[in-house]
Design a protein around this ligand. Sequence first.
Ligand code: FAD
Length: 325
Amino acid sequence: MPGILVVAEHRNGKYRRVSLEVLSKARELAGPLGGSLSAVVTGSGVADAAAELGAYGAETVYVADDAALGNGLAAPHVDVIAPLIEQQSPSAVLIGATAMGKDLAAALAVRLGVGLNADATDLSADGGALMASKPIFGGQNIVQCGWSGDLALALVRPNSFPAEQSGGSASVETLPVSISERAGAVAVTASKPTDEGVISLEEASIIVSGGRGLGAPEHFAVVEALAAELGAAVGASRAAVDAGWYPHPHQVGQTGKTVSPNLYIACGISGAIQHKVGMQTSDVIIAVNKDEEAPIFGFSDFGVVGDLFEVVPQLQQLVAERKAG
Ligand SMILES: Cc1cc2nc3c(=O)[nH]c(=O)nc-3n(C[C@H](O)[C@H](O)[C@H](O)COP(=O)(O)OP(=O)(O)OC[C@H]3O[C@@H](n4cnc5c(N)ncnc54)[C@H](O)[C@@H]3O)c2cc1C
C-alpha cells in the first residue's frame, strides 16, 4: 500500500459500530501517515455490505464471503486476512476490540510475528509513525506506545472515536478463500444468543449500572426501566453480580467489562477502584448515591445525593417527558 487497513466486523446483518469508529479515525490518520485507507470484511453473507464502508472513508474494500467464515471462530478469518496483509504490506492494521476482534488480533500477531498494542483508547500520527494511547495499571496511567517493527497492529476500544460518514465511495475487491486444515479443524455444532435484543455493554453509548445499593435482584427493574427509556445497556457492579442479582456478562470493572460510553449512570454504586477502572473513561459520569461521602462522587461529572428509588424513577419520567415533548 503502504497505508492503513481496518478489519471491519460484520455481524447479524450490520457492521459493529466500533469498526465504523475505527475507520473514521483511520481516515483522519491516513493523510499524516502517508498512505491509502483500506478495509477488509470477511464472513458469510457480507459481500453486499462491502461497498458501505466507502461512506466511512475506505478507498478499497477487500471482501471474502464464504460459509467457512461464518462460524464465529477467528482462525478461518486469519487464513484470509494474514495473506492480504503480507501481500499489501500496510503500515498499520486496526481492529475493534470486540470479543472476535481480540481473538483475531492475537492470532494475526502470532501468525505475522508482529507486536500488538491492545486496548488503545486513542491513536495519533507522530512524525509519520502511528502512536497508540492506552491505559495501564488498571487505568491509573495512560501510556503512549509505538511499534518497533514495520507493521503497527492495534486493537481499539469501542467508543473511543465517533463514527462519521465522509460521503466517499470504495472500490471492492474479492479475496480468495483458502482455509487451512488446522483452521478448519474446529467446528461449531450449535450456538444460541444469550441476550437477544439486549444492547451490548461494550458498544453502548449510554450505560445505566446498578450496585449493591439496589438491595435486591428485583430492584434492578428500576435500572432497567431507565435504561430502556434512554436506549441504554444495563451494567452492574461486582457486588451485585456476586450476589446473583445480575448476570456476569453485565459486570463493569477490573474483573468485568471495560466500557467507555458517552454517558455512564451509576446507581447505588460506591465507586471502588476495581469498578472505577472499568468505566472511568466514560465521557460523562452521573452518580446517584445516598452517601455524600461515596468515592464515586470523586470522579463523577454530576452527582445526586439521594435515594436511588426516588431519584431514578424521576429521572426516567423526565426523560420520557423530554422524548414526548
Ligand atoms: C480483585 C478484585 C476485583 C474486583 N473486580 C470488580 C469489578 O470488576 N467490578 C466491580 O464493580 N467491583 C469489583 N470488585 C469489588 C469492589 O472492590 C467493590 O466491592 C464493589 O465494586 C462494590 O460494589 P458496589 O459499589 O455495588 O457496593 P458497595 O460498595 O456496597 O456500595 C453500595 C453503594 O450504594 C449506596 N446506596 C445504598 N442504598 C442506596 C440507595 N437506596 N440509594 C442510593 N444509594 C444507595 C451506598 O451508599 C454505597 O455507596 C473487585 C474486587 C477485587 C478484590
